[in-house]
Design a protein around this ligand. Structure first.
Ligand code: AMP
Length: 633
């Protein structure tokens, strides 16, 4: 076996040679002429002159030898349905979807916004866009109208693909009214909306704009839609993510670099082989879903399990805390990818459920999206008897930054650490205000990445290069490095430990939310004069949002506070979506601020977590924090 150290060194010292080799893992229509263009760093262009297509690499190139092999296994415990599509059937479905989109005017470079539950047509829509050279922008189905509207305005889609409804724990969530409201709120109006009808909720169609898939589909059943050959640096998709400001950023990704990065990660990190089955429990609305539900497994010639439902509900709608292991047994899942929160949900169940099914096909369980605590890691590892592999990354990076590459060398894992820098990533720790390198083991600093960033990394912020530079590359004085906005430390052997965000981003059940976005939604409530939202540690979800509001009319009695709490929660759920809804909304007379008027969020957070609020020398009105301390108890 090779040494990971040598593999890593080569990726850093000779990136051109290293990535030229990895580029051979995918099909190119025209092989790249230049591997790495560094002329505009930190903007990086990979595989210049090469032309390829993600849909071709995910589907067409497998057809000669896998036409009748499973490609997409769609399981919904919400509707009690299971269906397997072979590569041949996937090819047909994606061409049909591409043909429908084309008939609605979608062409190369156009944006298509996808707002869908976890059903097979959502995957077809993504692959259909890739086929046409259109740029997809998937918005998580849990987001509500205001979030959706801001994304519609930024992406300016020609067409929106959606559905009548999603479902969670048997509760139907109608998407169409949310979508209609979002389009009403948005300044940009899409020319057409293509809708899957699952028969879950009635849909009122807007004449001339809305089209039902089932009505449109027959005319496109046999359509042949060849893959559009894209330049490696063309845009494959944008995916919105939260940051410090209330305005979400469109993380923009290329075509060629992304395809190569995924193909390489499937081999070196996930040790995946063609013909095997991959089960990622994320959602297509998140980066993990883009990479490891849709593109990664299919590029690797695997079957990918697309799952709609809770981890604790069976296909018959009855509680089943072993549903995932039942599916692992049934579909002989080899590689699984989930999030610590999901495991913490399972941890509340009888541990015997982990042994109820034969999971011997499973080689490893990968977990990402939030810090993996040791008790959770230990519990699942002992219960399942397979290695648990933590991996740390971001929407921006496109694939793991820190983990262990067992496909290169069986490196030991360390509890509490996602691992070591992956090939291509020059990861460092720097001092947050001087930018100085921190090299002493145990020293806490900001986790940063030096340019050139590897293939698959974000190209820029959609239509805003300056924001890409200002936000990510110029946030630390004195140095031009990409900031992850995470604190970290490194041990003497180079293993990193992630210690939480440096900015106002919180992580609720593995979902990234900006506290500013939630604050903006709450400010819309007429009774709220001022608001602060902080992330507070939670045993199940990692963090939850807790809001402090200053009512315009002053703090009333308990009944008034409870009423306002309910209303504020509803305002957030209606505007942003249920996942952003604060766990608590406290009415307070004043918020703790510095003399210059800056909110002391960290102090608020500390009080909520019953920690010492730290240095309060800059606080303007110590009484405000003391009152909150008394309120929290
Ligand atoms: P997202 O872009 O939504 O994937 O969120 C990325 C953020 O989630 C990172 O910046 C981290 O704060 C956090 N995160 C993701 N994976 C891990 C992990 N394995 N350990 C600790 N934090 C993680």
């Amino acid at each position: 076996m090779r040494s990971y150290e040598a593999f890593y060194r080569r990726s850093i010292d000779e990136p051109e040679a290293f990535w030229a080799e990895q580029a051979r893992l995918i099909d190119w229509q025209q092989p790249p002429a230049t591997i790495l263009d560094r002329s505009r760093l930190p903007f990086t262009t990979w595989f210049g002159g090469g032309t390829t297509n993600l849909s071709h690499n995910a589907i067409d190139r497998h057809l000669p030898h896998r036409r009748d092999e499973p490609a997409v296994i769609a399981v919904s415990t919400e509707t009690g349905t299971e269906r397997t599509y072979t590569y041949g059937e996937l090819h047909r479905e994606v061409q049909q979807m591409a043909s429908m989109l084309r008939s609605l005017g979608v062409g190369r470079g156009d944006r298509v916004l996808i707002y869908m539950p976890m059903i097979a047509p959502a995957v077809f829509a993504m692959l259909a866009c890739a086929r046409l050279g259109a740029i997809h922008s998937v918005v998580f189905g849990g987001f509500a109208s205001a979030s959706l509207a801001s994304r519609i305005d930024d992406a300016q889609p020609a067409v929106i693909v959606s559905a009548d409804a999603g479902s969670r724990g048997g509760k139907v969530l109608a998407y169409k009214p949310l979508l209609d409201e979002a389009i009403r709120l948005a300044a940009h109006k899409p020319a057409a909306v293509l809708l899957a009808d699952r028969g879950l909720a009635p849909m009122a169609l807007v004449e001339g704009r809305d089209h039902r898939m089932d009505r449109l589909a027959p005319a496109h059943a046999d359509a042949e839609v060849p893959c559009e050959w894209m330049d490696a640096a063309d845009v494959s998709y944008t995916l919105y993510t939260s940051g410090t400001t209330g305005r979400p950023k469109g993380v923009q990704r290329d075509v060629g670099g992304y395809a190569v990065a995924l193909a390489a990660s499937m081999r070196h990190i996930f040790q995946a082989s063609p013909g095997e089955t991959y089960f990622c429990t994320s959602d297509i609305g998140w980066v993990v879903g883009h990479c490891y539900i849709v593109y990664g497994p299919l590029i690797a010639g695997m079957a990918t399990l697309v799952y709609e439902g809770l981890p604790t509900q069976g296909l018959d709608g009855q509680p089943d805390g072993a549903i995932w292991w039942r599916l692992v047994e049934k579909y002989k899942v080899n590689v699984m990818f989930s999030a610590p929160t999901a495991v913490r949900v399972l941890k509340k169940q009888d541990p015997a459920l982990l042994r109820k099914h034969d999971v011997s096909s499973l080689r490893a369980l990968f977990l990402a999206g939030e810090p993996l605590d040791e008790p959770t890691a230990r519990w699942i590892s002992e219960g399942l008897g397979v290695p648990i592999i933590d991996n740390y990354w971001q929407t921006e990076s496109g694939w793991p930054i820190l983990t262990v590459a067992h496909g290169v060398e069986q490196q030991p894992t360390r509890l509490g650490s996602p691992g070591v820098p992956m090939y291509g990533f020059k990861v460092k720790l720097v001092h947050e205000s001087t930018g100085a390198d921190l090299t002493t083991p145990g020293e806490k600093g900001v986790v940063v990445i030096e340019s050139p960033t590897p293939p698959g990394f974000m190209q820029t912020v959609w239509r805003d290069d300056q924001r890409f530079l200002d936000t990510y590359w110029h946030s630390i004085p004195g140095v031009e490095v990409y900031s992850t906005f995470d604190w970290g430390v490194r041990d003497a052997d180079g293993y990193f430990y992630i210690l939480g965000r440096t900015d106002d981003v919180i992580n609720v059940a593995g979902h990234r939310l900006g506290t500013r976005e939630i604050e903006e939604a709450i400010s819309a409530h007429p009774a709220v004069a001022e608001v602060a939202v902080v992330g507070v540690a939670d045993a199940l979800k990692g963090q939850v949002a807790v809001a402090f509001v200053v009512p315009r009319a002053g703090v009333g009695d308990e009944a008034a506070a409870l009423k306002l709490e309910g209303e504020v929660m509803k305002t957030v759920a209606d505007g942003l979506g249920a996942l952003a809804r604060p766990a608590r909304v406290h009415s307070v007379a004043a918020l703790p601020k510095t003399r210059s008027g800056k909110l002391l969020r960290r102090a608020l957070q500390a009080v909520c977590e019953r920690r010492d609020p730290g240095d309060l020398t800059t606080i303007d009105d110590p009484g405000s924090l003391q009152a909150i301390q008394r309120l929290i108890g």
